[in-house]
Every structure is written in C-alpha cells, then in structure tokens.
Design a protein around this ligand. Structure first.
Ligand code: HEM
Length: 537
C-alpha cells in the first residue's frame, strides 16, 4: 500500500539538526576559512616541493587518511532505512511498554539489514544468514530488536561465538573463501558442534538466499519476557512477517546476480522506497505463560529451537512501514549501534545463555568500533528523549553538561536527576527467583539436536528438499578434507537417513550405514567434553 506524503517524526526532526546541504556554498576548511584552490598544493616554485605551511593540504589529506573505521566483526555488510511502527491494538495485558499501548502512536524506527559473514564490500546474494536489526525510538528510550531472518541460531551458549565466527569467516592464512560457507574450517566446526544441525538445515534451504530484504521474515530468536503493569510476566518470541510474503532466489540466480550486481538487495530496497513502494512488516508475538515453561518437549530457553506455530500460534499485533531512505550511509547505517541490552520497561530478558552473552558483546565491540564511550551521542543512536546522568567526558563528548556537579547523591544541585523506583518509574528487572551451584555446564534439556532439524526437513516440499541437497553438494562438496565430508554425512544421518544417503552421493563420501531416525538424545562431542569438566555434585 502506498502511504500518504511522509510526515516528519521526532527522530527525523532530530536528525534534521545535524544535516548539511553543501550545494551552492563556497568551499571552506573545517575551520570555516574559504579556500581559493583545492587542486594544487602550495609549492616553493612551480616545480618545487610542497610546503609544510599548506594547512589546507594537510587538513584535507589527514582527514582522508582517517576516513575508515573498523567494520563490524560480524554483519559487516548492511543497509539501513527509516520508518515507523504502530500497534494494531493496546497490548496492555501483555506489557507496560508505552509504545505498545496506543494504535495512534507512530514510533520512529531505523532498520539495518545485513549479511553475516562477508566483509563490507562483499556481494549481497550469497548464501548466508541475514541480520534484521530494528531500533525503536520510543518515548521511554530506545528499544533494539536485534534479530535475524532465521528463527534459531547455530549455538546454544554465547561463549562459543568466537569459535563459530573464526570457523565461518575466511580462513586466516589466506582469507579465502570470502563469503561462503563452502570451506573446511566451517564444516569441521559444524561436525564438532552438532547443536548446529537445525540451523544448518535453514541455512542450506532457500531461506539462505532471500530475493529481497522486503521479502524476508525477521525473528528475535531468543525467548524474551513481556511484563505488564501488574508485574505479571510471560515468555515471548518476536517475529516480523513481510506483507509481500517470503521469497528466495534460486542458487543459479544468486550466483549470476552476485557477479552482475553485487548490490542487488540494497538497490532493491533503495529503489522500492524511492518509488513509494514502502516495505511493510507485521510484528507477531508467540506467548507462553510462565506456568507452561516446562510443557514442551524442548527447552524454551534453547536458541536452537523454534516454538512450533501449531503449538504456540503467532499473534499479529502491529505493523512497521519503511518509508524513508537514509541521507548518508556512513553516519546512519555504518555508525548505527544496535544492542540487545537496549530495552524499555515492560520488555525483559530470560536465562537463555546465548542471550545473556550477547548482552555483553554488543556494547563492548561498539566501544572499539565507534571510538569510545560517547557513541550514544552520534545522531542515529540518540534517543528522541534527552538523557540525564552523571556520565562525563571521554573521546568525542559533544553534550555540554552544565553545572559543577557530576556525582550522585549530592546536596548542591537543585532537583538532582534521581533514580525513580516504583511501578511507573525506572526500569525494574523482573524479579525471577534463581538458585543454583556455579557450574560450567549445559542443561541436559538442551541435548536434542536433531528432532527439530528433522521437523524442518519433513516440512519441505520436494522442490525445497532438492534445493537443500544441491546446497549440500556445493557447500560440502568443496570441502577438501575427506574425513570432514564423511562426518557431515554421519551427522545428517541423525536428521534423516534418506537425506544423508543423498548427500553422500553428491560429495564422494561413503553411504551412511545405519538408519538412525529415532529420537536422538546423543550429546555432541563438544558437549560430552564439557560434561567431563562438570563440577562435582
Ligand atoms: C552484530 C544478530 C548472536 C555478537 C549483529 C547484528 C545482528 C545480529 C542483526 C548486526 C547489527 C547491525 O545491523 O548493526 C544476532 C542474532 C544472534 C546473534 C540474531 C543469535 C540469536 C551473537 C552472539 C554474539 C554476537 C552470540 C557474541 C557473543 C555480535 C557482534 C556484532 C553483532 C560483536 C557486531 C556489532 C557491532 O559492531 O555493532 N548480530 N547475533 N552476536 N553480533 Fe550478533
């Protein structure tokens, strides 16, 4: 649906203050001094050496020399767009989050879509997971929903993330291959971490090559909590459903497009918005009551599991419309800092060990990537409400904090900013009762790595199954180490025997010997090793 002329929202108005239109202006230095010539450096004689005194040359070249910042350690290649979100009806019963109460409120959003593995300049249409990160600029502060286009993840515990990423990124000796899963280290890691089975099925399916960012689902992946004003909490999973439906490329299309137009997905989004074809995504919630936490044959805190929609239906609660392109890629897309820990009252966390680890990682990496502790002041990251606290100084501080007091409590400042406890006050963490020994282990309820992978395989049409098998041929067929290829066959024999037989045929491995489709509770090698380190009871 076409929207009426874009109404400026609070975030847009805030960003306007930082925009500069260079057209029709005299060229100046960064100090505002008009420049007479920017093509010839100042020389001692027409053919003589350039003179140190040339402040314009020095400033221009120095700035250029410092233009690059580190790319994101993962999700380096992305594309951001602006829009707004509205709920369809008040969600008062579920959450006290204010932006989910009033259908008339349009909450500004910034969304960054991304690939995971490739570097900033890699091609769009590679087989990969896609990031789908949304920053809601709410009246109660920023809420970031940092999700992917697949509802599950490779691993169950964030402590494995550096290993996963080292295995999936180009191999360190030669930086090959750039942006594909088709290499020895990745598949070696997979067979040694069999909790990846379900995610690998999704990755090798057509979901791994989306046709358009406008035609992808998005998932918060983790189990979060919603808390209402009575303090009642429920478990929740977040979904984005594209109004245009889910569509993928075929592998042949993806490869050709990667050569002919590596910017295919970002161009599609940019053009659609410029043409007024605004992408729309509906927000869906799956909700589980606290009393039902243990009613399922999987652990609801395990990020390698979906909540089957037949068991827990998705309730559609609102819609996001993306209606505005960015003005400047670097200052908006590149400097955007999403963080799972950016929440508002009414939205809370659970003990999912992948979620818990992510809460540490994002702020930590952004301190480096965005050069210090003040990146919340960068226009794209600013909340639409003013922040007040005693944090001061650091590289690139821009706020001019008035007064002589920067500590709490104090008796000097009138009306000092104070924490606001209580029902409608500051963020109160949900008072979940926790009790346990300190153990470096994983719950046995996380051990079934294959049932849902099989569920996914069985839900595929014949054509989709064929695509998955072909993807195994390409990805695993390119693995040089024969032992690893064989282990892949044996691993996926635990998902489905016929699938494993087909994989073996195409990658020059031995046929799997036994049919092993019964409910598997076997632990992965990595897991068994960890269990041997278990603290004594
Ligand atoms: C970046 C999603 C797991 C660390 C991202 C981005 C997305 C994302 C969408 C890109 C954000 C953007 O567009 O700027 C996910 C999902 C995960 C997951 C859905 C699992 C459910 C993890 C884990 C870790 C991690 C387990 C670390 C322990 C990072 C880091 C970045 C990143 C360091 C770069 C952030 C930046 O430089 O701003 N992730 N991720 N992620 N993720 Fe994750």
């Amino acid at each position: 649906t076409k929207q009426p002329e874009n109404e400026p929202n609070k975030k847009q108005q805030q960003l306007e203050d930082f925009k500069v239109d260079h057209e029709g202006q005299d060229l100046t230095t960064n100090q505002g001094t008009k420049v007479s010539n920017t093509s010839d450096s100042l020389k001692a004689g027409e053919r003589g050496p350039t003179i140190m005194e040339d402040f314009h040359f020095r400033e221009k070249v120095t700035h250029f020399d410092h233009e690059r910042i580190p790319e994101r350690v993962v999700h380096a290649r992305g594309f951001g767009v602006h829009g707004y979100f509205q709920v369809y009806e008040p969600l008062t019963d579920l959450t006290k989050a204010k932006f989910l109460q009033d259908p008339n409120v349009k909450t500004p959003v910034f969304v960054r879509f991304s690939t995971v593995v490739g570097s900033r300049g890699s091609a769009d249409t590679v087989r990969d997971v896609r990031g789908f990160a949304t920053k809601f600029y709410t009246e109660e502060g920023n809420f970031d929903l940092v999700g992917n286009n697949m509802p599950i993840f490779f691993i169950q515990d964030a402590i494995k993330f550096p290993d996963l990423v080292h295995a999936i990124k180009p191999e360190p000796n030669n930086e090959i291959p750039q942006a594909s899963a088709a290499h020895d280290t990745f598949w070696d890691w997979v067979v040694n971490n069999q909790e990846t089975a379900h995610m690998i099925m999704w990755l090798l399916s057509d979901r791994g090559i989306p046709r358009s960012f406008r035609m992808m689902e998005g998932f918060g992946v983790h189990t979060f909590r919603l808390v209402n004003s009575e303090g009642k909490a429920r478990f929740v999973k977040f979904h984005w459903k594209p109004k245009l439906g889910v569509h993928s490329l075929t592998w042949d299309e993806a490869q050709k497009i990667a050569g002919k137009d590596p910017d295919f997905n970002r161009r599609d989004l940019w053009d659609a918005i410029n043409d007024g074809e605004y992408p729309e995504f509906e927000l869906g919630l799956q909700v589980i009551e606290e009393e039902q936490e243990f009613d399922f044959d999987f652990d609801i805190l395990d990020a390698t599991k979906i909540w089957p929609e037949e068991q827990v239906p998705v309730k559609i609660v609102g819609k996001m419309t993306l209606d505005r392109n960015q003005d400047n890629f670097f200052t908006e897309t590149e400097q955007a800092a999403f963080h799972l820990g950016n929440v508002v009252p009414g939205i809370d966390f659970t003990n999912d060990p992948l979620l818990q680890g992510r809460l540490f990682s994002y702020l930590d990496t952004q301190l480096l990537r965005l050069g210090g502790p003040n990146f919340h002041e960068i226009p794209i990251n600013r909340p639409i409400i003013q922040y007040y606290n005693n944090q001061r100084d650091g590289f690139h501080r821009m706020t001019i904090d008035k007064g002589k007091v920067s500590y709490f409590p104090n008796s000097i400042r009138q009306n000092d900013p104070t924490p606001a406890p209580g029902k409608d006050g500051g963020y109160e963490h949900y008072q979940e009762k926790v009790d346990g020994r300190k153990v470096r282990t994983r719950s046995e309820s996380f051990n079934d790595h294959f049932s849902q992978a099989r569920l996914f395989w069985n839900s595929m049409s014949p054509a989709e199954k064929k695509h998955i098998i072909k993807a195994f041929y390409f990805e695993v067929g390119n693995v040089k180490d024969k032992k690893i290829r064989q282990k892949v066959v044996d691993m996926f024999n635990q998902v489905d025997h016929d699938l494993a037989k087909e994989i073996a045929k195409g990658i020059g491995a031995n046929q799997p010997t036994k049919k092993n489709n019964a409910a598997i509770t076997e632990t992965s090698p990595a897991l068994s090793q960890e269990n041997t380190n278990k603290s004594p009871e």
